[in-house]
Write a protein that binds this ligand. Sequence first.
Ligand code: EPS
Length: 346
Amino acid sequence: MLRCLTAGESHGRGIIAILEGMPAGIKIDVAVVDRELKRRQSGFGRGKRMQIENDLAQLVSGLKNGLTLGSPLTLLILNKDFSIERLPKVLNPRPGHADLAGLLKYGFSDARSVLERASARSTVATVGVGAVCKIFLNNFGIKISSRVLSVGGENTAEGIKEKITEAIRNKDTVGGIFEVIARGAPCGLGSYAQADRRLDGRLAQALMSIPGIKAVEIGLGSGYGISFGSEVHDAIYYKNGKGYFRKTNNAGGIEGGISNGQDIVLRACMKPISTLLDPLDSVNIASKKHALASTERSDICVVEAAGVVAESACAYILADAILEKFGGDNLSDIKNSYQGYLKRIR
Ligand code: EPS
């Protein structure tokens, strides 16, 4: 079983992740991790911070000669903008951000103490860990990708670009919907036996926990709510040599909390970033008088980057589910167990 803990503030020294439970013998190329970190930084509508940072991972524990040791892997990504002690106070909480609830919960008098950890900069850790999990999953032929489906209701490349340009011009922000697909996952990951073992629940939790995500769907998702059963359930067929197969995949690759061998298809909706350069009404927390919400350097649209983060979150869950089902301390042992299982269900 995998365990992961992350730490770090947006403008602190850096972001750290400790990943425990990866077996020994996985070849980790740090350049592959860095490539994923770069993908997270890209997309039209990113803010100036992405021009400052060049996120690179240092693997400071858990590796010898490029191979995992089975001991905890530590990833360290240093922040170039290490300015936490110099930044101004944030006194007018931003609607939509963690500012106000965080201030009240922790008893702070400056929302900077909230936003430094609440910032989506923490997703650097998600992606670093996800990259390691993707490398592990590659050994089992599992590949995860994502794509933007729409931004601000627009779904063509041109329309999306125009929508983001409009948000930039209006000092506004814009959200959207993206899809994550995991191909090559075997039938049998997760279980219906207990709520916390259901693969759909675990994936939904992982995606919903990404900053800014407000809705998650699996397969046809809310489309099920407007259909008859006969129209949407994926009929089962069998052919010698091919085994069981389906002609549709409305279930998004998961039935009864278990992967069914089809592509795992997830969609998520990201709200518009809550830092607005033309701010909404708020209240100054010192005077309790009306004020416009604080403004910070921020992004305009991060739907594409959120897709990369969601791929990573999905990779972590699938790696965990593979280890749970075929687990062992050594990659070869796990691969052998995996091959034996495939033989049985073929
Ligand atoms: C982010 C870094 C942050 C923000 C963004 C995500 O950098 P800064 O605050 O220095 O500009 O760009 O965080 C948010 C939008 C947020 O609401 O917290 C990153 O590395 O992804």
